[in-house]
Structure formats: C-alpha cells, structure tokens
Design a protein around this ligand. Structure first.
Ligand code: XIL
Length: 325
C-alpha cells in the first residue's frame, strides 16, 4: 500500500524521505539508476514529504556574505511542489556546513546578530509558504546537555537561539519552527538540554512548535520502544510536536541476517513509538536508497542504513516499519 498511506491510517501527517539534488547524491556514477530511484521517491506513494539533505544549508544559500543562492535548495523544493509533497526545510543555524566567511572572522556580537538575522530573513523569505517546518537551530547541544561550543554560542551565548526563532517566526508565521538534534530518541541529559531550550523559548514568549529527533540509530545497540516513548512524551508534554526527521539505522557491514534483524527491531521500535504517542506527527528517513546514504562516508565500516538495498529490493526493516504503522 505504501508507507505514507499506512502512516496516514495510523494517524501521522506523513511518511517521507529526504533526497539530494541529482548532482549531489552521495555516490557518483549512479546516473543509470536515477529513473528507478525517482520512480520510488516521487511516484510510488511510499512518501509524501521530503527534505533536501543539503541544498538549503548555509554553505549553499549564502556562500559569500550577503550573496544568496537558492539554486540547490530550489531543485528539491520544486520537485516537492511538482509532486504535491510536503516539504521540511533544513537547516538555518548550524555549526556544520558553514561557509568559511562565517567562521573565519572574530565577529562582534552586533555583527553576528546582524549576520544571523540577514541569513534567516533571506532564506526563510525565499521559501515562505512552502515549508511545513523549518529546522531553525540544528545540533546546539553536547551529549551532556550543555551547549555546543559553536561560533554562534561563543559570541552570543544562548541568545542566538532566541534570535533565530524570533526572526524565523516573523518572516514565515505559518512554518512550524523546530529545534532539531540527534540522540534525543531516548531519555538522558541531552533530552533534558533540549527540553530546556523549549522552555527557555516559551518563557521568553518566542514561538517554537516542534522538536525534531534526527534518529540516526545503530542496529546493534538500539533503544527500546519504551525509551523512545518516554523521550517523545517528554517533549510533547511541553506543548510542542515531535517528528522523526532524519531516520536511519546503520549497521556494521556486511549486512547479514543477524544485523538486519536488529535493524528491523530498531525501525519498528522508533516508528512504533511515534505512532503510539500523540504529538509525534511524522517520520522522514534520511534518503531511502542505501547507496545515497551519508553513513558510509561518515562512519567507515558502517552502512546499509535505509530501507532499499543497492539492487532496489527492500530491507526486512521495510516490513518492520509497515508493521509499526
Ligand atoms: C548530512 C548529509 O546527508 C550529507 O550529504 C552531508 O555531507 C553532511 O550532512 N545531521 C543533519 C544533517 O542535520 O544535515 C546531516 O546531513 C546528517 C546529520
């Protein structure tokens, strides 16, 4: 029936897959499979939501100070529109994939404030009305729940988070504004840190609508269903929605019956938890086709984290997801 149809029947708003513009897909030399890839991505009914994995990031959208370029982000955004998909927009303020000009100068607080406001004003303004949600601040936390020592934090402290949400809210009043991070899928100090960000913004009267659980999981050591339920509830109890925004479950290569079964459990647990907690509104996997995953390049020796193998057959976990929905 397709994962999106099942997700809707289970009460979610969508099931989606991130994708990259054709020129940027992780593995080169795969042009021959693009027709088959695109058919599953856009035409199969499996997905009804997408996120550009790269094109809306700072390094693409403002490569020089005050010089904006929406070409890359526009490729996926316009495909989403043509195919009637929802769009999650990603990501406005993040320490990674920044152009050198942002990090190479010792900005004063006033300068960096102006840079953040100008960036958000132009980027959110460009896609105004098209984004179901924006990941406004991405990965601001360390594992112990303290703030990551980014250029933004060094110069402005937690004020940069307030400034980012305030600005995004003003420019696109209808986009849901999310804080997005990894390792928020099970209780612990990082979840507490993210709860504190939600509380800080709400106390300051600044709009935050959601928390994105990136959900980059590991097959061989995955959390339980109950841990996921607890983590999701700890956010929805603060009055924000939750989404799984970048789900993948990597395993130590080669894939075999054992690690694929563990991967199946991992997917079933987290998608099942999202279905069981009202307030968890949707699931996006971080691409669907293993060769286009970011995992092998980032975690050497690991891979096969998605739901379609290289030969376009589905992982056992596809059925785990379908069962959970
Ligand atoms: C990854 C992309 O998939 C890669 O293509 C890129 O080289 C690096 O970034 N957390 C995030 C995503 O919020 O933006 C990252 O995406 C994966 C981790």
């Amino acid at each position: 029936k397709g994962l999106n149809t099942l997700a809707k029947q289970a009460g979610l708003k969508y099931f989606g897959s991130a994708t990259d513009s054709p020129g940027f897909r992780e593995r080169a030399g795969y042009e021959a499979v693009y027709p088959q890839y695109d058919q599953i991505m856009w035409k199969s009914g499996e997905f009804h939501m997408t996120t550009p994995t790269n094109g809306m990031k700072w390094v693409f959208t403002e490569p020089e100070r005050g010089v904006f370029n929406f070409t890359e982000g526009e490729i996926v955004a316009s495909l989403a529109k043509q195919n009637g998909f929802m769009l999650r927009c990603h990501a406005l303020v993040w320490h990674s994939q920044l152009p050198d000009w942002v990090t190479a100068t010792n900005w004063t607080a006033a300068e960096l404030r102006q840079i953040i406001v100008n960036h958000i004003t132009h980027v959110v303004g460009h896609w105004k009305g098209q984004c179901y949600a924006w990941d406004v601040v991405n990965e601001a936390l360390n594992e112990d729940g303290t703030y990551r020592d980014s250029i933004f934090y060094q110069v402005l402290g937690e004020e940069y988070i307030k400034l980012a949400f305030e600005t995004a809210s003003k420019i696109d009043p209808h986009a849901k504004l999310y804080y997005n991070d990894y390792n928020l899928e099970y209780p612990g100090p990082k979840v507490t840190g993210a709860q504190n960000i939600v509380k800080m913004l709400k106390t300051a009267g600044i709009r935050i609508d959601g928390v994105g659980l990136q959900s980059h999981l590991v097959a061989e050591s995955h959390p339980t269903l109950d841990q996921h339920i607890d983590a999701i509830r700890s956010f929805s109890s603060l009055g924000v929605e939750v989404a799984l925004t970048e789900l993948d479950v990597r395993l130590t290569l080669p894939a075999n019956a054992t690690n694929l079964a563990e991967q199946n459990d991992a997917y079933k647990n987290i998608v099942g938890a999202c279905v069981q907690v009202r307030g968890c509104i949707g699931v996006t996997i971080w691409d669907f086709y293993d060769p286009f995953s970011w995992v092998p390049a980032t975690f050497p020796g690991q891979g096969a984290p998605l739901l379609w193998f290289e030969n376009f057959t589905t992982h056992p976990a596809y059925h785990g997801v379908a069962e959970a929905l």
